[in-house]
Design a protein. Sequence first.
Lengths: 380, 546
Amino acid sequence: MCRLALKTASEAFSPYEVLQGMEAMQEGYDGSGLGLLLRGLDFEDFKYDSKYPILSGIAHSEEAWHRLTGFMEKRGFELKYDHEFETRPELIEAKDRYRYFLRAYKMPASLSAKSKEEIENELMLTRLALRKDGEDHGNDLTCFSFWPDVATIKEVGWPLQIGDALNLSDNRIKSRVCMAQGRQNTNYGINLYACHPFFIQGIATMTNGENTAFVPIRDWLLGKHFPGYTGYQSDSETFTHILHYTLKQLKLPLQAYKHIITPLRGEELANHPQSEFLTGLRDSCRRLIIDGPNAVIGTLPDETCMLVMDQKKLRPATVGGRPGAWAIASEMCGVDAMVPDRDPSLDFQPMREHTIIVPPERKELTIWSQHDPYPLDQAA
Amino acid sequence: MVSARSVSVGPGSLSYTDLPWIIQHREDRCTLCGHCTAVCPKEAIYLAYRRQRIPKLDVLKKKRGNEYRTFVGIRQKKNMANACIGCSMCSMVCPNEAIQPVPNTNEHRTLFFNNQKGEPNKRGGRRNKVGPTLLDRIMFNRISMLTDPALDAGRHEFNVTTTLGRTLDPAEFLKRTREGGWIPPTREIFPFVIGSMSFGALSPNMWLGLLQGVAYCNEVLGIPVVMCTGEGGCPPWVLKSPYLKYIVLQIASGYFGWDEIIRAIPDMQCDPAAIEIKYGQGAKPGDGGLLMWFKVSKLIARLRGVPEGVDLPSPPVHQTLYSIEESVMKMIQTLSTAFGHKVPIYPKISASTSAKSVLNNLVRNPYAGGLLIDGIDGGTGAAYNVSMDATGHPIASNVRECYLDLVAQGKQNEIPIFAAGGVGKNGNVTQNGMALIMLGASGVHIGKYIMQSVAGCLGNEKNRCNVCNVGICPKGITSQNPKLYRRLDPDLVAERVGEVFMSIRTEMKKIMAPLGRSQSLPVGMSDALGIGDKDAADRLNIKYVC
């Protein structure tokens, strides 16, 4: 059972703050991994243009590092910034870490004439090609994300110790959104790709608990034959892909995610104003129904943050904050640690029908219920 | 050489120990009430008068002589036509526990004589194969433990229904919703369906009891059970009733009863649950239905539109059939049109190595609402013994390979596969059904199990009873003779239907809860399955456990 922490604030902050927030919840993880995803980036030594995609990952050997740089050049990406971590390798358990990389690239000129969708595909395919390259060479290259304004760090070990090892407290990297997971290794092997948050084409989610319906969901996603629906070192990766499928492939609004993963019960659906549409949606997406127990915390490219529970709500998560700074955590103490200067009486634990949305303006929360009218003309 | 006529033993002569069942009668308990001989469906026993000689020696008079005692007792007939079938009706009606049939543990001879007058053995029942089936041996072993505690079957909410009918791919569903296109009809049903047993195979009382029970499950218990008519139509009062929505109407190669159905369409208050087109049956694949003349009563003749007292063998294939693809396509489309494209239409085939081709054909047919595959262990009211025992394909691997084929195409949510054939053969109905569901079936059909559990059918895999074909069902389940079927109280059948489905529903929760599943039926959740047989595990693509 992992511990999850998300902070989103109008002013960029250091990811170390979130790691400290995670410490409050440390009973829940076992040091088998940390995942960090940052959005709305601010580098101390570089004026970052948020159009530049950032490649995040680890080169485990010098040879892999050279292959990576060569590959990116050949693909036409021009390096604009290469963040060098001031690492303390003695704090890292693994010894095959040649280099952690966060590199901002300028898109190739050939992509400028392409549609948004084609560009997004190229970014995803580039990441997947690097991942495959690493897998083909004895896993000597790990690539987590390649997307504008998104940086991902994953490592095996205790979260705060990893933060110290990468010197994340030095304020050289800051972001407006930070997602973090302290991993409790369950029944899947310790694998860097198994660390949350998972990422695909701008969409990221992290989850605690186990996905008991993993195999049928994975089988269905694999059957879509979409190149990005791959991996599944963790059963929770399916949640990210379902959100991607909902938003990017079906082009439905965020609210549809909840209707897909936890549809209303028969009698509730019958009483819903858009009963017919939602029943059809449930039937056609039946294989994507999750069975929990999970809290799914996600972020979108526009810095929207969201939180949903599974139907049984056996892994409650809490959201709290104030205008300008919000925190979502799997434990209340995590929210306390991340945004202490808030009114805790306004903290909210969503029920099974709720989707919590923190919009990019970060002024107030939206608590959307599945019983509310569905916001799309398709349903009319 | 001329045979010795004085010895009355011929090639076909049998003794008691040659028969599969031997009647044990206790003279000291018998009151000669006659109940047993009256109830015996095979007239296998009779009241016999016997004389016993008692030697008498009068020593004083130096005289030898005899005395004679007459006594009466129940005796068993030894000819094939009247061989005991072990139904035990005699012991059930005996007021004094004086009589019972006992299985013959010796290798009995009737197996070599059951083809009298050149007619091979025909019977009802299932493949006579005893012992645990493969489904019985499957375990559910992905138990949620430390990280995610198992659910409480008694307290959590469970969603245990399944979809019958074609479901569109999400993108296509949205497109058609936007454009006002046709969305194929679906039904949300309980995944254990009462399989096709015809009005003709079953007695009117049995049918009435089932229908009452199904209505009770739906309207009182909230369990959306549906039942299939089998070939042979449906009584008009049912067709025009609001209960039709719980009925799957079957059309098969004899088209029996479809005059009535088509004529009733304008008067239907609701649509039927679905239409099942039978192309094959697991118990007798490649063979048509066989309602023997004994059962073609006046009522059945009227419903089916045929003369009374004639054999009704359905052809093995649909007569309009030029090729299976064409036939399937035309029939599905025609029936869908007949019901205004508001009723799911699906074919039923016998399990076969060619099942995947049929399935793939259906995937490309926009009107096909599913596929029912019936395995070799399925039951029937009448078939040649050789068809039942030796022809067909087991259901588990057939369903699994069909499901995996759909998975490879990403179509597993679009065409539901239903499985049948031996579900609950040894009483483990929920375990068998859930194993098939986790192998990839969206639901299962149960026929024989229902007869056994709700009406007390006596048939078993040791060839007990199994005389459904000749209309002498001792319980009145498969007889059209009012003297027999009046024994069956429809109300009691209905009560048992309710009990059986309540119990299945509870057992489903007891299986799903430890797996951490409650929100949707775990179709294709093969990671939860294990079996202690490496070859079977490899074939089914599940875990080998020991």
